[in-house]
Design a protein around this ligand. Structure first.
Ligand code: FE2
Length: 164
């Protein structure tokens, strides 16, 4: 058995794997437990997001294997190392969306930490893969944020005022 200390990028990738696993399971829970007038759209949205997260879980584990390490695979370990917390099935639709937006922030922080080590190791594949994750997370965060706002909320509109 090879008991050498893992290199930093393996620790960071396994942490990201833990994050995505907990995020995935939370999305499943929200998909199952959503109630109310937004049921149809959020039930479907959470499903779209968990299908995507499931694919990413596998991609991250494959990267760990490519580097000839075993990916972590136990939820009991994921809970110990992830900054993403399990959630209650009894949340309102809005609380569910806020939770997911908050998890996206945590995922982005961890992704950037993996990228830092990938740059050190000149691992272009990981940098490319995670660049896509960042773009996709930013888009879905923007959409969830738009959903969670009141319609009278506005972004910075100084440029529009200047032109009009
Ligand atoms: Fe379902």
């Amino acid at each position: 058995m090879n008991e050498e200390k893992p290199i930093p990028i393996i620790i960071e990738l396994n942490t990201l794997l833990a994050d995505y696993n907990l995020y995935y399971q939370k999305l499943r829970s929200h998909h199952w437990n959503i109630l109310g007038e937004n049921f149809f759209e959020l039930h479907e949205k959470f499903e779209t997001l968990y299908i995507d997260a499931k694919m990413k879980v596998d991609e991250i584990a494959e990267r760990v294997l490519t580097l000839r390490y075993h990916p972590m695979s136990k939820y009991s370990d994921y809970i110990k190392i992830s900054s993403i917390k399990e959630s209650s099935p009894l949340l309102t639709d809005r609380e569910m969306v806020y939770e997911i937006i908050n998890d996206h922030t945590k995922l982005l922080i961890q992704i950037k930490s993996v990228i830092k080590w990938a740059e050190n190791a000149e691992d272009k594949e990981i940098i490319d893969m995670l660049g896509t994750y960042i773009r996709e997370l930013e888009i879905s965060t923007r959409m969830l944020d738009a959903w969670a706002r009141n319609t009278e909320n506005k972004f910075n509109n100084s440029i529009i005022k200047k032109v009009c």
